[in-house]
Every structure is written in C-alpha cells, then in structure tokens.
Design a protein. Sequence first.
Length: 303
Amino acid sequence: MWIQYALFSSFLWAFVHILDEHCVDKIFSKPWLGVVTSSGISAGIFLLLPLLNIPIVIPRWDLLAICLATGAIIQLSQYFYFRALDGSDSGTVSAYWNLTPIFLLIISYWLFGYFITANNYIGIALLITASIGLCSIDTFSSRWHTLYLMSIASGLLTIVMTIEKYIFDRTDFFGAFLSITTGIIISGLACLTIEEVRLTLWRDLPKIKQALPIFIAIELLNLVALYTGQLAVKLGVPVLVSAIEASTPAYAFGLSLLIAIFQRRLDSPTERLRQRETNRKLPLKWGFVGLMIVGVWLLGATG
C-alpha cells in the first residue's frame, strides 16, 4: 500500500513544483517569500481541523520537541528550494530532490551500519551523472548555483526523513504529522520578526491577495502530498519511498509541456525562445530522469 501513497504523493508534488515556480517567477519579488506565505496559508487551513472531528494524540513532550524541530528543518530546506526555483525550471529543480537518497544511504551507513553494495555504488554514480547532465543542458545561467542550493536542500530533507522514521515508530502517526506541520508553520511565521521580510511581504501583498486561490491550492496539495509521503515513509522503507518519488520530475516535465501547448502566448520573446529550447531537450531530460529512477531504485537494492 505504501507504493500507492508514494506514487500519489509524487504526482501531487509535481503540481506543487509547477505552481511554486509560477509564484516565484510572477508574484514574489524575493523567492524566499514562499516560506512565509505557505506558513500563513497552512495556519489558516489548520483552523478547519476541528471540523474534521478526528481524534488527535499529541506526542509526549520529548517527541513533540523533535517534531517541532523537524518542521523547522523542513522549512529551512524549503528556503533553499525556493531560491533554487528562482534559477531554473520546476522540473529540473524537482529532479535535484533525487539527490536525497544518496545522503540517506550515507547516513544509514554512518549511523546504522548499513552495508553499501555494488548496486548502491552504481545507483550513486547514475544519480550524480543524471544530475550533472540535467544541469549541463539547463538553459538558465545560474544552473550550477541551483544544483548547489538543491544539494543543501536535499541534505536537509535527508535529516528530516531519518528523524521522521524515528518519530513515527514511537507515536501516533496523525498526531506526529500535525506536530511536524505545526513546526513548519511556527518556523515560517517566525521569519516575520525580521524587518526585511515584513517590508518585502508588505510590498508584494497586493499581488499575493490577487493570487490567493493559487496559494490555497498549493497548500492543500502540499499538505496532502506531505501526508501521503510521510505515510509512505511510515509503512515502507525511506530509501524505497525516495525511489518511487523519483518520478516527480517526469510528471513535472510532462505537465509543463502540456501547459506550454495549451498556453496561447508567452510573456516575452525570451520566454518563447527558452520554451522552444526546453521542448527540444525534453526527451533528453526524461532520459536523465529515467536514469535517476534506476539510480534511486539501485540505492534501495540490498544485493
């Protein structure tokens, strides 16, 4: 059952990445505003929880503290993710999340004595090759900086997945999920204590208000994807969950192509040229994503 949850989560993440790219390109003057807006919308959605009438088991105080800290790490990872979106397209950025299994394998080796097999080494090589290949054919001038930012984001997500497995094995899943999400919200809204963040948010507020339905859609998709993804982690093996979620960039590239086909016009000649270049390289990008899927699967192989 965890495979279905992981596949569904991947499909939803593709939509989230595309909508996030739209917000970074068209709405935010600073990409990191996505951290604040997502926290605010999530807080509003959380106010509806009592209407669901679902019993909630709050983790004991030590696990609760770990949950809140995990949410803060997720938000820090999102900060680097939003900055990366400012330097490349959503499909390529989402593909770089597939670096996470490499870090997971290394942590498993260091902390739990996981034996690294020949298949694992091949998987690592395929993931690194595919990531560098995607970066090389990227049309954005800041493509290597984007890869660097997503390497940091992936490393932080590795820490998150390791901690989540520890948490979910020791307490009620739904209560832990809500506690982690609460940590995400608190840490995101805490950024408002910074004057530059408040001033930038105030300056962008008119555009944000106009695009409010988009932000609500993003957060609803985000929460469902986060829930199903974490449920897959609880029921399955983190490395194998990552293997399934490696399909996210393939969905994102496909959805971006459909949007480009049905979009009547692009905003500028530069964007039209970039879109034609992107479409021309799409088979090659899908090929690199295919390498990533094989690579992540090999990382989860035990022999």
